[in-house]
Design a protein around this ligand. Structure first.
Ligand code: N01
Length: 558
């Protein structure tokens, strides 16, 4: 265990881990408050998830005018998105622009991974160490590591023996990959697989898709943005953002209050058709009961199954692509460009690896229980150790040396999704227990960064050295998160929202599904009441007994 250097003043005020959307905005805010901050970033440049996920076809499934910073009116006026759903290169250009425009690069140490963060109680400081030998003490740690940043390749027997090229979508080579003339296999049909498959199909000699669970996907109905339309739209950008902040998902999506089951079948179908034509995840807002009532859910599931059967010419292939066994939307709804059409190509084969599981990766390709597949390249679109993976990859230790891995042994527990009992002065941006992945994450990042930095301002103003959520407040918040989730169909899907994709990971529904607007109101109420639910204290001292009661915090969501 690391020995803390001394009780001398911290080297800096704040260490930020990560330089994606969250880390960049945190640095900007901290500097504006006159705090000294340093970010450590594993990649060689800014971008976070958009730095790493460079696979062909990568683009955001939230519209570009929504999926961008709102904190600076000048920034949102001067930047012009060119497409309805931005591509990965365009988003990366945007983040580079943000880093340069706000002069953030000097505060970032690139190519450097934080390996540990250890809290030192007597000084109320964190000691942060990196794989390149940095040892930095800071009053606060802001974990801006992203929800989907630790990729995972399943532990297939024979993985190392493969003689061809192997890639994971989440760590795609910067120089790109030329699949021309190759026999390629893609394992995985989540959002990444669904985006990369149509692209590789156009290049490869042959593409074999190994699908375990068919995912629901809706065509993006993607298009270029008309510059004149965009210029006009920007006049009301501030109002538009204000509406997003109080919405359910942090996007401008229109959620109907009508129930599917109260709507005549023909009218229901017209609603689904209109939203299908509009494109993207909009279809989820067709009716209010789609994600709470199994029967209502089946109506949209059947509509989409009908579409798959219309598009895919081979009825047997279409049948294998139709999702079953989980509600529509309970696994992340994918948004695609030409996905189902891809299966009409002569050079594409779909293999159902639920019926015939993958037995091993072999030197020449891959073996299922039914056949050998010779492959020149394998693309693992097999997802991430979501929401907790990147945090637990670091050795984070709180009071009494308690490892976060131990505190979260039975699944993540947080207060408001941004702080953890036993870990004073540590903040997580879009952590488990916050809307995070079930929202427009850029908007949620802004809300968290603003809330956290306001809190740091409050602590400084009141000369408070440390802040830590009370266990009871945390327990109460976790119960609320679970309670809200249990009123929906989400926990039924065997999804990464639950950690179900990682063998041995505790099954806990991680995001907060109560809505972005409601969540923001709760956080604001907690702050306005003097940060209820937190213990606050001076270095080397226990908590102040005069603090507001936890019950005051519970009132915010009770
Ligand atoms: O990962 P996933 P992803 N054998 O976990 C399969 C965001 N994102 O990278 O469903 C065979 O969704 C697995 O099968 P199953 C977005 O939030 C956004 O695609 O577990 N197959 C599944 O098909 C998204 O939800 C964008 O049965 C195996 C796939 O691999 C999240 O990232 C783009 C397997 C993994 O799907 C993650 O998406 C991309 C095995 N042993 C990503 N293990 C956009 O904004 C796993 N699989 C558009």
């Amino acid at each position: 265990m690391t020995v803390h250097p001394s009780d001398s003043p911290a080297d800096i005020d704040v260490v930020v881990v990560g330089a994606g959307f969250a880390g960049l905005y945190a640095l900007h805010r901290l500097r504006g408050m006159g705090l000294s901050a340093r970010a450590f970033e594993q990649a060689e440049d800014v971008g976070g998830t958009w730095y790493w996920n460079r696979y062909p076809g990568a683009r955001c499934d939230v519209e570009s005018i929504d999926y961008s910073f709102s904190f600076s009116e000048e920034l949102q006026q001067e930047w012009s998105w060119t497409e309805r759903y931005a591509t990965q290169p365009e988003i990366l250009r945007y983040l580079n622009h943000v880093a340069d425009r706000f002069d953030l690069r000097p505060a970032i140490t690139f190519g450097t991974r934080v390996v540990s963060a250890v809290y030192h109680e007597p000084s109320a400081q964190w000691l942060v160490e990196t794989d390149r030998g940095h040892r930095v003490t800071a009053r606060y740690c802001i974990m801006a590591v992203g929800c989907l940043s630790l990729g995972r390749i399943p532990d297939f027997p024979g993985l190392e023996s493969f003689r061809g090229q192997a890639y994971h979508t989440g760590t795609w080579p910067r120089q790109g990959v030329d699949f021309a003339g190759l026999r390629v296999g893609v394992i995985g049909t989540g959002s990444s697989g669904i985006q990369v498959i149509p692209q590789i199909a156009q290049q490869a000699a042959h593409l074999t898709v190994f699908q375990r669970t068919p995912h629901y996907t809706i065509p993006a109905q993607h298009h270029q943005l008309d510059p004149e339309w965009l210029a006009e739209f920007k006049h009301q950008y501030a109002d538009y953002r204000a509406r997003m902040r109080v919405s359910r998902g942090g996007v401008s999506r229109d959620y109907s209050e009508r129930r599917a089951l109260d709507t005549p079948p023909e009218q229901r179908r017209r609603v689904y058709q209109a939203r299908w034509n509009f494109g993207g995840a909009e279809i989820l807002g067709s009716f209010a009961d789609l994600l709470t009532d199994t029967e209502a859910n089946q109506t949209v599931a059947e509509f989409v199954a009908g579409k798959i059967r219309e598009i895919v010419r081979d009825p047997d292939v279409a049948g294998r692509l139709v999702p079953r066994g989980y509600p529509f939307g309970a696994k992340r709804l994918c948004v695609d460009t030409g996905y189902y059409d891809t299966y009409n190509r002569d050079n594409v084969t779909l293999v159902d690896v639920t019926a015939t599981p993958i037995e091993a990766i072999t030197p020449a390709g891959l073996r299922t229980t039914a056949a050998e597949h010779e492959l020149d390249a394998i693309v693992f679109a097999t997802g991430f150790d979501a929401m907790t993976g990147a945090l637990l990859a670091m050795d984070i230790r709180g009071r009494g040396g308690l490892p976060l891995r131990q505190a979260w042994e039975a699944g993540p527990r947080t207060y408001l999704g941004l702080s953890v009992a036993g870990f004073p002065n540590l903040f997580i941006v879009t952590g488990p227990g916050s809307p995070s992945v079930l929202s427009n994450v850029v908007l949620s990042i802004e809300q968290h960064v603003e809330w956290i930095t306001d809190f740091l301002g409050y602590l400084r103003k009141h000369d408070i050295d440390w802040a830590e959520p009370r266990t009871r407040a945390q327990d109460s918040w976790v119960a609320h998160v679970n309670d809200v989730a249990s009123q929906t169909l989400f926990p039924v899907g065997n999804s990464w929202y639950l950690g179900a994709n990682v063998p041995g990971k505790p099954r806990v529904f991680m995001p907060y599904i109560g809505g972005v607007g409601r969540y923001r109101a709760i956080c604001d109420q907690v702050a306005a009441a003097g940060y209820t639910g937190f213990d606050l204290g001076a270095a080397g001292q226990d908590t102040d007994p005069e603090l507001p009661a936890v019950a005051d915090a519970e009132a915010a969501w009770g």
